[in-house]
Design a protein around this ligand. Structure first.
Ligand code: SF4
Length: 332
């Protein structure tokens, strides 16, 4: 399938005190097909939100390429950039903070139409309210008159106003109660079905990502350490970090990733972007690390000839089951 969006070797440095710089994205590559949902998961500070902001051109990449339908997103200026911003829209975590409390819902949802000089705002807002499951009467009301879940629906309607092809949802359900989370996830799944939308769904919560995603990328320390179909990733994760994340969600059927099916509790510090270890970035916390891991950086590469899209950044992806079992028996 030809990708709609291709991200190639994206790097983002941030300036840090003392004239130093922090590497927030370290050679990130992935692709997104038309109508696909790609989930991105990882701990807080792993670079997920920086990636989202860079894709939206809210932050400038230090190097790398972003191609949308073959067009260079990073080189776009003026009208070309404005058009691209209509094609790729974002939904943020905080549904209240992202809506102006003094504006009516019609004005909020219709704002992108005004910015892009599109006619027929009132009719389009009515259509969008239908699409996200709110009554037409919502148009004249203010954000504080709605619940958190309804406000997130309104934020989604605004993101849809210009009929984008891609939505980037950055922790879009994290601030909501679990029952409301599933309603918003169902809405996103329905929008994908009805509109053919592609979605980049970013969350720290693996169970949430799993419900919605066709494929999942696991980020650690500004890099992807594994990318696979949701089914493969949960059935037999091939990176120790992915296994640890899955094992921490015991209610999942694929939760038996740890030694003897137990939860894998990672030791060592949560990564600090300012202090990068050498070799494999995960080695200080890896429960199956070998000598080589301290010096050789594992590339993100296909490790199964029958599944070329399944990528893992671990020298021992092929031997992971044996090494995990060995660790378990040593610890007994
Ligand atoms: Fe662990 Fe080594 Fe694999 Fe890195 S390369 S994840 S340290 S086993």
């Amino acid at each position: 399938m030809t990708p709609m969006l291709s991200v190639v070797d994206l790097v983002k440095h941030y300036p840090a005190p003392g004239g130093k710089s922090v590497l927030a994205l370290d050679g990130v590559s992935f692709s997104l097909a038309r109508g696909e949902i790609f989930g991105i998961v990882g701990e807080s500070g792993c670079g997920k939100s920086t990636l989202a902001r860079t894709l939206m051109r809210l932050a400038t990449a230090s190097s790398g390429r972003i191609l949308y339908e073959g067009e260079d997103v990073m080189a776009a200026r003026g009208r070309a950039l404005k058009r691209l911003r209509g094609e790729i829209q974002m939904v943020f975590q905080d549904p209240f903070g992202s809506l102006n409390p003094r504006h009516t819902i019609e004005r909020i949802i219709g704002e992108p139409l005004v910015v892009h000089n599109r006619p027929g705002r009132a009719a389009r807002v009515r259509e969008l309210l239908d699409l996200i499951g709110l009554p037409q009467s919502a148009a004249s009301r203010l954000p504080h008159q709605f619940s958190g879940g309804q406000r997130q629906r309104i934020a989604i309607a605004r993101a849809l106003a210009l009929s984008p092809k891609i939505i980037i949802a950055d922790e879009a359900v994290s601030a909501l109660d679990v029952s409301i989370q599933s309603q918003i996830i169902n809405l996103l799944a329905q929008l994908r079905r009805d509109l053919g939308l592609a979605i980049i769904f970013i969350s720290h919560d693996l169970s949430v990502v799993r419900h919605l995603s066709d494929r999942i990328g696991v980020m650690y320390f500004g890099r992807f350490v594994e990318q696979a179909s949701a089914a493969d990733l949960f059935a037999t994760p091939r990176h120790p970090y992915t296994r640890a994340l899955i094992s921490a969600v015991p209610k999942l059927p694929g939760a038996a990733g740890g030694p003897c099916g137990k939860r894998i509790v990672l030791s060592g510090d949560v990564p600090n972007l300012a202090h990068r270890p050498g070799g494999c970035l995960f080695h200080p916390r890896c429960y199956i690390a070998q000598d080589r891991c301290q010096k050789d950086v594992p590339p993100l590469a296909a490790t199964r000839p029958d599944k070329p899209d399944w990528l893992s950044a671990c020298h021992y992806a092929d031997e992971i089951d044996g090494l995990v079992a060995e660790t378990a028996s040593e610890n007994r």
